[in-house]
Structures are given as structure tokens and as C-alpha cells.
Design a protein around this ligand. Structure first.
Ligand code: ATP
Length: 563
């Protein structure tokens, strides 16, 4: 397939605001594709060349891309930078550069979907000395064979953001429509299979070759993380019980730990760990790996839990922020494990000895977990919990008070009769915390401070996610709550993401996720979400969350209505 044909569909998707039309365009491309082409087209429609569970960083920053555009077109760097600043999009700047290039490449070869996909995938392999230059050369080669429109989308794919307003839901619906009959049942099956495998090509292939039943029968694969079940929130124990109970049966109340959620896959002696963003962190947590190896009596299994750090001197819990540095650590891992040792609190078992437990009740999953876990204090333990009768919530209230007194974050309430739902907030578990629910938002713009904080991005514009439009909507601006060190670290994280500068104002690629508190949510015409957070305060950076985890506009609306 010619890359130009895919680009034409990108262009048409971008030109319509209707989700239905976007889906129809994707579907028409998928319909004509061979199975091999699906392997490439599905990631490319998401602006990626890897499945969601693979680390897809191509290692090409906007600066390197800029160099590649220069090299391919002969247009000067300042000229491209001006176009970039004016349009806020390096892809558009690349299109203009190709349009205006002094010399047309002789004997240009037409780009195919395969040549673009393979070239970009190869970038993942480049390592060591000279790899930066090889990356620039590879991207430049693609661009020198590209027409302006192709150049626009090659650059956006390299940077990992296609900007055509296409969300996961569009891809799901297109697969359900072309590979199956497009019914609700088909759509649900595609969604379930995706949440289990995080692999749209696999889902599409299975749907095409065998149909809905086989999608439902897809199994958990060891060492390929699945999306985790998410929690709704409740204001207090009584509301929580009302929302989570579906019968008179017992409920589970459990400590809500303030750490990092972890999914652990074990196969014989090999244990690997993944975060809820599906990132592999096995190397960062050798102690956790060893504890699972030693204390879980199963040849193969998938476990879930929360990792909590503590100070070995005092036994005090470490703040989340300190623990998160262990996730980033690439060197001196053993030393980090000694400085901030961790306890794993296990709270679910998703498969064992090759048998998926996803369809089993939580009660049964916990019983099976109990039967294989040999707990050790300060190392690996089941999450602290009680089963209680919803008519008598006293044990849950007491556990909540105990959790807070012990320095934990709050309480989880869980329905014991229900299956596990990967990737969903289905009301099967609820979290209860004492303060007004903070929001996870992404930084879209910033402003450099003057005075003491000169040189730092002291004012940050925050946005929530509008999944329908695959866009971010601003909900306010943040200027307080951080220490000087935190502000310096945030500035360092944001500066490489700057796409546009106008005096002290900058626009950044939306990648840095922050947790913020606020006094209330107001309706406001100032921001394109229609809402404004009143007195937002920085709580912490959420490096464990990706932009896909940023709170949605719908959630902001719900919180607004609940006040
Ligand atoms: P929060 O910011 O409140 O932690 P979140 O956006 O990270 O929320 P949610 O799914 O909304 O994620 O809240 C549930 C999170 O609480 C889980 O992802 C997990 O990391 C953590 N957690 C702590 N203790 C438990 C527990 N016993 N059972 C399930 N999750 C727990």
C-alpha cells in the first residue's frame, strides 16, 4: 500500500469532526488491508509503530527531527523554526519545507506504508555511538522521498502525535465494523480483547480469522501486561457501600496504599514487573522479583499489588515521590533498593498455572491468592482487609480509621462477587479518601516567571482529556504548591517538550502529568473546557501515569455537579 493513500485518509479524518465519519474512514482502509498490512496500519493510525505495551520511544526529539528536515530539504534551520513557531506544529513546518525546497530529489522513490513503518521501527534498535546521526539520516531519507503531505505525517509519527483527533474508540469501532458485524456485542468483544492484550493487530487478526468467540477466549499471555481494573471514588463508606454492593453478600474493605501499582508475571524462576502504564520495571525492583520468586508457590501466575516504600531506619512509609525515583533509576539499582526498600501488598490474582481467573469472582481470586502466598513481613504481604456485611459497616469504618492512622491513603471497597474487568472503571471497586478528590491533569502551556523564580516555568496551564475529540481541554493554571526543587525539576521536564515560544509564554507537548488539588470547580468561559479549577495546588508529578490516564472532561463535569 502506498503511504500516500494512508496520508489521504489521515487528511480526511482530520477534516471531519464527526466520530462516525472518522470511524468510517479508518474502516474503509482496514477493509482492503491484508493481515500483514493490518500489523502496520493499526499502530500507524495511533501515530505509533509499536503496540501499547512496548516502549515506543523512537529516540528522535523535535531538535533531531528539525535537523532531519534541514538535511532532507536544504531549507535553513531558522526558516523551519519560524514556520514551526507560527503553526505550533513541526509536521506542518516540514510540509512547508518540502514544498519550498530548493532542489527536488532526483529519482525519488515512492514511500510505501511498509517502508515508513520499517524505517521507523528500525529506529528502536539504534543504540550507542553514532546512533543519533543514524536516526537523523533515516528520518531525512524518508523526508527526501516525501511529498509535503507525507512529510507532515512522517514527522508527526516520529514525534508520536498524529493530531488528527482519532481515539482508541475509533479504532475499536472500525475493527468491530470491518472484521465483525459492528454489533454492540462485537464492539464489546474487541474492547475486551484489546484491554487484555493491548495489541490491536492481534485483536484484528483474531477477529478476521475466527470471530467474536475467539476474541472472548483470548488468554492472558505471560509477560505481556494487561490493562488494570480502575476504581471509582466515593465520598464516604456509606456512599461507597451503596455504589459497590449488588446483593446482600459480604463486601471487602481494604487499605488503600499510597504507592505504585504493580503487575507481576511469574513463569518458573522468571518474574517480571510492569506498571499500570504497562512499562516494564523488572530491573528497577530486583527485591520485589526475588520476593515473588521465594514466597509465591506457583509455577506460573499473574499477580497485582501496590508497592510501598519505607525508611529502613524508622520504618516510616516514604512519600510516593521518593518511591517514584526508584522507577526512573537506571544505575545503582541495588543501592536504591537498600535506601528505599519496598513492601508489596498483593490484592489480586489474575491467572495461575495457565488458567485465567478473570471470569472468577474476587472472592475466589483472593482465596487462590491466599493458598499460594507465604507472606513475609516488610517484604510481601496480602493487602490488609476485612470482609463485612453491608448492613453493618462498622468493620469497614474501623479499617478506614486504622488505614489513615497508619499513614495510608484511604480505603478501597470491593464487590467480592464480580469478575475482573481489565482497563475499566466499572464500579466493582471504589476508593475513599479524606480530601476532595484531586485531579490528574496534563500541562499544555507555561509561562516563565520573573524575579526569584526567573528562568523557571512558574505558571503552568493544566488540561483534562476529551476522549471523544482526542484533544485536551484546559481547566486552569497552576502557580503554587511546589518547592523550588520541584519547580526546577518540572521546568527541566517541560523544556524539551516546548513546541512554540512567544516571549515568556511557551506551548508544550502534552506529556507531563500532574496531580493537583483545588478548592472547587467553577464554570468558566476562560478555558476551552468550560470549567476552571479554583486555587489549584501542585500535589506531585505523576510519572506513573501517561496522558491516556489524565482525568476526562466528563469527570470534571461530574465533580462539578457533585460539589
Ligand atoms: P489515585 O490517584 O487515587 O491513586 P489513580 O488515578 O492512581 O487514583 P485509581 O484506579 O483511580 O487510580 O485508584 C486506585 C489506585 O489505588 C490503584 O491504581 C492502585 O494503585 C491503588 N491502590 C492502593 N491500594 C489498593 C488496593 N488495596 N486495591 C486496589 N488498588 C489499590
Amino acid at each position: 500500500m502506498q503511504y500516500a493513500d494512508l496520508v489521504e485518509s489521515y487528511r480526511r479524518i482530520d477534516a471531519t469532526a464527526s466520530t462516525d465519519e472518522k470511524t468510517a474512514i479508518v474502516a474503509s482502509v482496514l477493509e482492503d488491508a491484508t493481515i500483514d498490512e493490518l500489523e502496520m496500519l493499526l499502530p500507524l493510525f495511533r501515530g505509533k509503530v509499536t503496540p501499547a505495551y512496548e516502549q515506543g520511544d523512537l529516540g528522535v526529539s523535535s531538535t533531531l527531527t528539525l535537523e532531519a528536515i534541514c538535511k532532507a530539504t536544504g531549507v535553513s534551520e531558522p526558516e523551519i523554526e519560524t514556520a514551526w513557531r507560527e503553526t505550533g506544529d513541526l509536521g506542518t513546518a516540514a510540509a512547508e519545507a518540502v514544498e519550498n525546497q530548493a532542489q527536488q530529489t532526483l529519482f525519488a522513490t515512492e514511500l510505501t506504508v511498509e517502508s515508513v513503518f520499517e524505517t521507523l521501527r528500525d529506529l528502536l534498535e539504534y543504540e550507542g555511538e553514532g546512533s543519533q546521526q543514524r536516526r537523523i539520516d533515516a528520518v531525512a531519507k524518508l523526508l527526501s522521498n516525501a511529498d509535503p503531505e507525507e512529510a507532515r505525517y512522517v514527522v508527526r509519527t516520529v514525534l508520536g502525535h498524529l493530531r488528527i483527533g482519532i481515539g482508541e474508540g475509533t479504532i475499536r469501532d472500525a475493527i468491530a465494523r470491518t472484521e465483525l458485524d459492528g454489533s454492540d456485542e462485537a464492539t464489546d468483544a474487541v474492547e475486551y480483547a484489546y484491554q487484555l492484550t493491548n495489541d490491536y493487530p492481534l485483536v484484528a487478526r483474531t477477529a478476521r480469522e475466527t470471530g467474536v468467540d475467539d476474541l472472548r477466549a483470548l488468554e492472558i499471555d505471560l509477560f505481556r501486561p494487561l490493562q488494570v481494573m480502575l476504581a471509582d471514588s466515593a465520598a464516604n463508606v456509606e456512599d461507597g457501600i451503596e455504589a459497590v454492593a449488588t446483593s446482600d453478600g459480604s463486601l471487602l474493605a481494604e487499605y488503600k496504599y499510597d504507592g505504585v501499582r504493580i503487575q507481576l508475571h511469574k513463569d518458573g524462576d522468571e518474574v517480571r514487573a510492569f506498571t499500570r502504564r504497562l512499562e516494564e520495571v523488572t530491573e528497577q525492583f530486583p527485591d520485589v522479583v526475588e520476593n515473588v520468586r521465594m514466597h509465591v508457590a506457583a509455577d506460573s501466575c499473574v499477580l497485582e499489588g501496590e508497592i510501598v516504600g519505607y525508611d529502613p531506619g524508622t520504618g516510616d512509609l516514604t512519600p510516593f515521590q521518593e518511591l517514584s525515583t526508584r522507577i526512573k533509576r537506571k544505575h545503582d539499582i541495588e543501592a536504591a533498593a537498600e535506601e528505599t526498600p519496598v513492601i508489596v501488598y498483593l490484592f489480586d490474582l489474575l491467572s495461575i498455572e495457565g488458567e485465567s481467573l478473570l471470569e472468577r469472582s474476587l472472592d475466589e481470586r483472593l482465596a487462590r491468592l491466599d493458598s499460594v502466598l507465604d507472606p513475609e513481613e516488610w517484604a510481601i504481604e496480602p493487602a490488609q482487609h476485612v470482609r463485612f456485611d453491608p448492613a453493618d459497616p462498622e468493620p469497614a469504618r474501623k479499617l478506614y480509621a486504622d488505614a489513615l492512622a497508619a499513614g495510608h491513603e484511604g480505603l478501597m471497597l470491593k464487590n467480592l462477587e464480580v469478575p475482573y474487568q481489565p482497563g475499566r472503571r466499572v464500579g466493582y471497586m471504589l476508593k475513599i479518601k479524606p480530601t476532595m478528590e484531586p485531579l490528574d491533569v496534563v500541562v499544555t502551556r507555561g509561562k516563565y516567571s520573573e524575579g526569584r523564580r526567573k528562568g523557571k516555568l512558574g505558571r503552568l496551564y493544566l488540561a483534562c482529556r476529551d476522549p471523544e475529540a482526542d484533544e485536551f481541554r484546559e481547566v486552569g493554571r497552576l502557580a503554587t504548591g511546589y518547592t523550588d526543587e520541584q519547580l526546577a525539576a518540572l521546568t527541566d521536564a517541560l523544556e524539551p517538550l516546548i513546541t512554540e515560544t512567544d516571549g515568556r509564554d511557551v506551548t508544550v507537548r502534552p506529556e507531563v502529568v500532574l496531580e493537583v488539588e483545588y478548592e472547587e470547580i467553577q464554570s468558566s468561559p476562560t478555558y476551552d473546557s468550560g470549567y476552571a479549577l479554583r486555587f489549584p495546588r501542585f500535589v506531585r508529578r505523576r510519572e506513573d501515569l501517561s496522558v491516556a490516564d489524565v482525568d476526562t472532561l466528563e469527570r470534571v463535569e461530574t465533580l462539578f455537579e457533585q460539589q
